[in-house]
Design a protein around this ligand. Structure first.
Ligand code: HEC
Length: 102
């Protein structure tokens, strides 16, 4: 019982841990970091390189999207975004991309 209380108190003290991914924040991050290369709009083309976020939403699972943002393969020119994004940013971005699926 005491452990539950301590855990709840800890969660309340760290709102970042308790937060759900926020697609609107993901959109802002995308505008800041991703538009140089990707079309981030919901009406993005299905065939272009690098892929539009709309196409990624259709062809990839959220696990794949998250891992590609964190660990892009070294042979592609996608920058190592984990240098500027923390784990919750990656979840926000993934939530934004997944939400574009049509
Ligand atoms: C400098 C250009 C560049 C920037 C900036 C960039 N990307 Fe990429 N991204 C690429 C390239 C190139 C690929 C590789 C496509 C391939 O060959 O698989 C890629 C691939 C991806 C993939 C995997 C696509 C797939 O086929 O599964 C995701 C997800 C992704 N980017 C998300 C992002 C996000 C989110 C941001 C912003 C935080 C971002 N990218 C910023 C160039 C970029």
């Amino acid at each position: 019982m005491r452990a539950v209380f301590v855990f709840t108190a800890l969660l309340a003290a760290c709102p970042a841990l308790a937060q759900d991914p926020d697609p609107e924040l993901g959109r802002e991050l995308a505008e800041q970091y991703c538009t140089n290369c990707h079309d981030i709009e919901a009406d993005g083309q299905m065939k272009q390189y690098p892929p539009s976020f709309a196409a990624i939403a259709v062809f990839r699972s959220s696990e794949q999207i998250m891992s590609r943002i964190q660990f892009p393969p070294f042979h592609v020119s996608m920058p190592q975004m984990s240098l500027v994004l923390d784990a919750s940013n990656v979840e926000d971005l993934t939530a934004y991309i997944v939400g574009l699926e049509r």
